[in-house]
Design a protein around this ligand. Structure first.
Ligand code: GDP
Ligand code: IMO
Ligand code: MG
Length: 425
C-alpha cells in the first residue's frame, strides 16, 4: 500500500511551502491541506503569474491532481469563496474541473470568531500574539470545546439555529470586552458563502485519503505555518492553534502514523518570523533590513513586515526531530547572493551555559545565538539550472547544513518561480 508523504515548514512559517507543493504536485494524485486556515498565505509563481492561496491546497494548478481541504483545517467560507472566485477569473475553475473536495468534519470560522480574535488581541496590548486575526484561535477553541460548527452541518435543516446558538455565546463573551462591532455585512456574506461552498463536494477525508492509498495512488499532505508555531512544541504562547507537525497530518486527514512515508522539511537559507514572540537569531539592524528587502519579506496574508535573522540550527534540529524529516528543502538561497559572509547559529548561550537545543523558556530569557561565519558565494544564482553550476561556496554551505542536521537536502530553490528549483539528489 502506498504511503502519504508530508511537506511542512521547519521554521516560523512562510518557508515557501506553496511553491514547492506546486513543483512536486505532478508526482502526486492528491494534495491535502491538513491544518491551519486562512492565516496561511502560500505563494506560487509560474508563467509570469503569481497566486496566493489561503485555504486551497497548492496542487490546484496541476491538471491531474485532486485537492482536499482536510478535517483538521478551519475554513472561512467567505475567504474560500473569494479564493475560488479569483481562480475562476484567472481561468482556473477547480469546481468546474472537479479538482477540489472539502472535508465534512472541517470546522467553520464564523464572523464572530474573528471578532473574538480581534477583541482578545486588543486587550492583550503589547503582549499580543500578533495573530493574523482570521479567527483561527477562537475556532479551534470551539472545536476542542465541543461547540463548533462543521462543513457537514451546513446541509442540516437546523444549521441556522445552530449558528445562532453559537453566535449568542460569542456575543456574551464579547460583551465583556470594550469592543465595538457591527455584524450585519459580514453575516450576509457568510451565508452567501455557505450556499456557495455547498457546490464543492463534501467528503469524509479519512475515507477519501485511505481510499486513495488503497488504490495505490500517491498523496502529499501540505502543512501550513511552521513547526515553531506548533501549539504543543512551538514558542508557546506565541504560536498558532493547531499541530503544524507531522502528527497533525494524521489527525488532520485521518491517516494512521504508519502510513506516513517521506517527510519533506522545508526551510529558508536564513530565517523569518511574522507576529510577536521570541526569535533568537533576529537581526534588528541593517543586515535584517537587507534580508527583508532582498527577500521581499512581507506577509502574503497580512502584508506585515517579516522579522529576519540568520539560520538557527538548534531550532532546525528540534523541528527535524519532531517531524521525522527524511529530506530537506532549502529555499531562497538567492536572497544571500550579495553577502560576503553569512552566519549560522550553531548553539545558544542560555543562563550561563552553551547549549545546542531549544530550552523550555525562551521568552523570559531569550537565548543568545553563537554564530559561525560562512563564506558567501557572491554570485547571482537565480538563473542556475544545473547542479554543476551551483557556486562552490553555496555547495559548501549546503554540505555544512547536511552534516549538522544529519538529513540530506533534496531540493534547492533559487527564486520564486516554479522553474527556479534544483533537484540535488
Ligand atoms: P509559504 O507560506 O511557506 O507558502 O511561503 P510564502 O508564500 O508565505 O512566502 C514565501 C515567499 O518567498 C513568497 O513570496 C514566494 O514567492 C517567495 N519564494 C519562494 N521561494 C523562493 C526562492 O527560492 N527565492 C526567492 N527570492 N523567493 C522565493
Ligand atoms: P503560512 O502557512 C507565518 C503566525 C502569526 C502569529 C501566530 C498566530 O503562510 O506559513 P494566528 O493567525 O494563527 O492566530 O497567528 O502565527 N502565523 C503565521 N506566520 N506564516 C503563516 O502561515 C502563519 N500563520 C500564522 O503571525 O504570530
Ligand atoms: Mg505564507
Amino acid at each position: 500500500m502506498t504511503q502519504v508523504d508530508v511537506l511542512l515548514g521547519l521554521q516560523w512559517g512562510d518557508e515557501g511551502k506553496g511553491k514547492i507543493v506546486d513543483v512536486l504536485s505532478p508526482q502526486y494524485d492528491l494534495i491535502a491541506r491538513f491544518q491551519g486556515g486562512p492565516n496561511a498565505g502560500h505563494t506560487l509563481e509560474f508563467d509570469g503569474k503569481k497566486f496566493v492561496l489561503n485555504t486551497i491546497p497548492s496542487g490546484i494548478f496541476n491538471e491531474k491532481t485532486m485537492n482536499l481541504i482536510g478535517n483538521g483545517v478551519v475554513i472561512d467560507p467567505i475567504i474560500l469563496k473569494r479564493e475560488l472566485d479569483n481562480l475562476k477569473k484567472a481561468g482556473h475553475d477547480p469546481i468546474a474541473k472537479g479538482k477540489l473536495v472539502i472535508a465534512r468534519k472541517a470546522h467553520l470560522i464564523l464572523p464572530t470568531h474573528q471578532l473574538l480574535d480581534a477583541a482578545n488581541e486588543q486587550k492583550m496590548g503589547n503582549n499580543k500574539i500578533g495573530s493574523t486575526l482570521k479567527g483561527i484561535g477562537p475556532t479551534y477553541m470551539d472545536k476542542t470545546g465541543r461547540n463548533g460548527l462543521r462543513v457537514g452541518d451546513t446541509t442540516l435543516p437546523d444549521f441556522k439555529e445552530r449558528y445562532n446558538k453559537l453566535v449568542e455565546k460569542h456575543k456574551e463573551i464579547l460583551s465583556h470586552y470594550e469592543f465595538e462591532y457591527d455584524l450585519t455585512e459580514k453575516e450576509a456574506a457568510f451565508f452567501e458563502a455557505i450556499e456557495f461552498i455547498k457546490n464543492i463536494p463534501h467528503v469524509d477525508s479519512e475515507h477519501f485519503v485511505n481510499g486513495y492509498l488503497k488504490e495505490g495512488k500517491t498523496v502529499l499532505a501540505e502543512g501550513a505555518q511552521g513547526t515553531l508555531l506548533d501549539v504543543d512544541f512551538g514558542s508557546y504562547p506565541f504560536v498558532t492553534s493547531s499541530n503544524t507537525t507531522t502528527a497533525g497530518a494524521c489527525t488532520g486527514l485521518g491517516i494512521a502514523p504508519n502510513k506516513v512515508g517521506n517527510v519533506y522539511g522545508i526551510f529558508k537559507a536564513y530565517c523569518t518570523r511574522v507576529g510577536g514572540g521570541p526569535f533568537p537569531t533576529e537581526l534588528d539592524d541593517e543586515v535584517g533590513e537587507t534580508l527583508r528587502q532582498v527577500g521581499h519579506e512581507f506577509g502574503a496574508t497580512t502584508g506585515r513586515a517579516r522579522r529576519c535573522g540568520w539560520i538557527d540550527l538548534p531550532a532546525l534540529k528540534y523541528a527535524i526531530m519532531l517531524n521525522g524529516v527524511t529530506e530537506l528543502i532549502m529555499m531562497k538561497a538567492d536572497v544571500l547572493d550579495g553577502f560576503d559572509t553569512i552566519y549560522v547559529c550553531t548553539h545558544y548561550e542560555h543562563n550561563g551555559e552553551t547549549i545546542d537545543y531549544m530550552p523550555y523558556d525562551i521568552i523570559s530569557v531569550q537565548p543568545k545565538p553563537v554564530l559561525k561565519a560562512i563564506e558567501g558565494w557572491k554570485t547571482d544564482v537565480t538563473k542556475v539550472n544545473k547542479v554543476e553550476e551551483i557556486p562552490a561556496a553555496l555547495s559548501n554551505y549546503i554540505s555544512f547544513l547536511e552534516k549538522e542536521l544529519e538529513v540530506p537536502v533534496k531540493y534547492l530553490s533559487v527564486g520564486p518561480d516554479r522553474v527556479q528549483t534544483l533537484e540535488l539528489i
